[in-house]
Ligand binder design. Structure first.
Ligand SMILES: Cc1cc2nc3c(=O)[nH]c(=O)nc-3n(C[C@H](O)[C@H](O)[C@H](O)COP(=O)(O)OP(=O)(O)OC[C@H]3O[C@@H](n4cnc5c(N)ncnc54)[C@H](O)[C@@H]3O)c2cc1C
Length: 342
């Protein structure tokens, strides 16, 4: 039996397609040449999160790290796990430009730099190889991620881009090493010049351009990556939007990209940056505590009419979302990307 699925984007575009009762909504969308942002396609990464407004469905198994019981009760769904039992109307928390109509093939790239920039944290730079059709260009929206694949190791992981689209084919990433992580081990044993496959950009963690609200960015560690891309784009376009960035790290050794942030502040006079150190060791003069503590204090002082963007470990996203909702921030104006492990 086939059901009509209507998906509506944040900027009020609608797409319709049909899905049978043995198929998930993501697969059905792709069969209709629509590619809403996706990642693992197994209910783990949360990249295909939406909210079902009307209709009945079953959810295949998923990780409660990306879809809590409460959120599921309120209609939040992962498209890759949702099997319709009736027609469905689903809203998506990003604009129509994030839904691709074709999926470009993975591109070959060479690792040209791996630099330690903080405790357990590396900046990795890739150089795309020339493509007969598009040359070196690689188009993406600041805030999006790509899957990086090491074919001979059968290994694929998602990483957010930290620079902006460019014609030179240069892609930058901030990567935190995880103990015994497969990609983390690969990086530590990798020599410059190694080749890697870069999949098509994906993800809906992009700026809500229709909103005139001030922006709060809350990053945990390398969760700073998409914000660097977004802020660089704001600087390139001389966007004068009041923006407050809260960057959380465990200790001073983990502080990353301070110089880049100072330079961005020079181009963006309405950007404030608060580095929040949870357990400082030395004479740290800045904020002591988590970025959620700093964010809560900011909301108390400045009110809740703000757009909130959260990126990093699941726990940070969870606690910050709760704090924002309790302070009265509109749920529709809270956007997040969770750096969960696949
Ligand atoms: C959309 C998306 C974007 C992402 N972007 C970035 C990014 O820009 N920068 C970045 O550093 N990471 C990012 N990640 C996380 C990244 O994809 C990997 O999960 C991470 O690098 C670990 O991969 P690994 O192969 O080294 O570890 P795995 O082999 O996947 O894991 C090995 C072990 O480490 C544990 N582990 C893995 N990750 C964590 C964690 N976060 N906390 C605690 N334990 C963990 C696992 O439980 C496991 O026991 C992103 C994830 C998603 C879904």
């Amino acid at each position: 039996m086939s059901h009509k699925i209507t998906i509506s984007t944040r900027d009020n575009h609608q797409f319709e397609f049909y899905c049978n009762d043995k198929q998930n909504v993501q697969d059905a969308a792709e069969a209709a040449n629509l590619y809403p942002p996706f990642g693992c396609k197994s209910g783990v990464c949360g990249a295909c999160l939406g909210t079902c407004k009307t209709g009945n469905y079953q959810l295949d198994s998923y990780s409660d790290e990306v879809l809590s019981a409460d959120a599921a009760k309120n209609g939040d769904v992962l498209l890759c796990c949702a099997i319709p039992e009736s027609d469905l109307q689903i809203t998506l928390p990003y604009d129509a430009e994030c839904i691709q109509q074709t999926l470009s093939a993975p591109r070959d790239a060479e690792i040209i730099s791996i630099e330690k920039i903080a405790e357990r944290t590396f900046k990795v730079v890739l150089q795309l190889q020339d493509d007969p059709e598009v040359g070196l260009a690689f188009d993406f929206e600041p805030g999006q991620f790509v899957e990086l694949e090491i074919p001979n190791l059968d290994l694929m992981r998602a990483y957010s881009l930290s620079n902006t689209p460019n014609w030179e084919g240069r892609l930058e990433f901030l990567i935190r090493l995880q103990p015994n992580g497969k990609f983390s081990n690969f990086l530590q044993q990798t020599a410059i010049g190694q080749h890697i496959l870069v999949h098509a950009p994906s993800g809906g963690f992009v700026i809500n351009k229709q909103s005139a609200n001030p922006r709060c960015f809350i990053a945990g560690g390398t969760g700073l990556s998409p914000f660097l891309s977004i802020l660089s784009r704001m600087a390139e376009w001389a966007e004068n939007h009041p923006t407050h960035l809260f960057l959380g790290v465990n200790n001073e050794a983990e502080i990353l990209c301070q110089q880049e942030l100072t330079m961005l502040q020079q181009s963006l006079p309405h950007l404030t940056v608060e580095i929040c150190v949870w357990k400082p060791e030395d004479n740290w003069k800045g904020f002591i505590g988590t970025p959620v503590d700093a964010f809560k204090a900011h909301l108390e002082k400045n009110g809740s009419a703000t757009d909130v963007y959260l990126c990093g470990p699941s726990i940070l996203v969870e606690v910050s979302t709760q704090a924002a909702l309790e302070a009265g921030v509109n749920k529709e104006h809270i956007y997040s990307e969770r750096f969960v492990s696949s």
